[in-house]
Write a protein that binds this ligand. Structure first.
Ligand code: SF4
Length: 235
């Protein structure tokens, strides 16, 4: 399938999903894939809420893009979700502000407070959510489906870019003049929190720069794998 055929298919798919599932949300971390989806939502005027999780540790380039998006897409009101203050204060006080480097458990509990719990709030009451996950991004994304039932959050999950290549994404971005995170030009294909993301080198996996000190099989934050909600008291 050519890139142009994929673009037409994406418009049709998102419009079809929006016509049968409501309320529906698009999760955006302002990565290249998320920007493609946001552009389609804005261009077609689809009734899809765009939301983002501000972990408090994002790179300044991501905040710059958030501001840019407001100007470029005035019809899209991105909704932001933040970590619960008391849980975050308790974690940082007990473990230290950068304790996510100390163990996988602490890294995961930081992700739980800053991402997973806010995601649960973002998805509450929704019938479906859309992500920009692509199969070729990493070993942890090989078994995903374009549409599935997300049992953890109790709603449908759509990955309409699943079979897109990196080239499809960037052809769309250039062809539609979509704003992107400045870090992409500095060899950051996947961008998360600043202290947990680094640039990659030629030949590395596209998500090699995320939690680079862990092995590839553990490198998800819990947003996109089966995850049991963690009670705040245990974090
Ligand atoms: S990516 Fe790093 S800083 Fe961000 S929530 Fe996860 S562990 Fe914490």
């Amino acid at each position: 399938m050519t890139s142009q055929e994929r673009f037409v298919q994406l418009d049709e798919r998102l419009a079809a999903i929006a016509s049968r599932v409501a309320p529906l949300a698009l999760a955006s971390s302002f990565g290249a894939e998320d920007m493609v989806l946001l552009d389609v939502v804005a261009r077609l005027g689809l009734p899809i809420e765009v939301f983002s999780l501000d972990t408090g540790r994002l790179p300044s380039e991501t905040y710059d893009l958030m501001q840019q998006v407001r100007d470029r897409y005035p019809t899209v009101a991105v909704r932001y979700y933040y970590p619960e203050a008391a849980a975050l204060e308790a974690w940082v006080t007990r473990h230290g502000v950068n304790a996510f480097y100390d163990s996988i458990e602490l890294r995961k509990s930081c992700c739980a407070i800053r991402k997973i719990v806010p995601l649960q709030r973002a998805l509450a009451g929704k019938q479906g959510w859309i992500t920009g996950l692509r199969r070729e991004q990493s070993p942890t994304r090989q078994d995903l489906a374009e549409e599935s039932h997300d049992a953890d959050h109790g709603l449908l999950k759509f990955n309409p870019l699943l079979e897109w290549s990196d080239s499809d994404v960037w052809t769309y971005i250039k062809g539609h003049d979509v704003p992107v995170n400045a870090l992409h030009a500095q060899h950051y294909p996947s961008i998360g929190c600043a202290p947990c993301t680094r640039a990659i080198t030629v030949g590395e996996d596209l998500r090699a720069g995320r939690w680079w000190w862990e092995n590839p099989e553990t490198k998800e934050c819990g947003l996109h794998v089966a995850a049991t909600p963690i009670p705040l008291k245990r974090i």
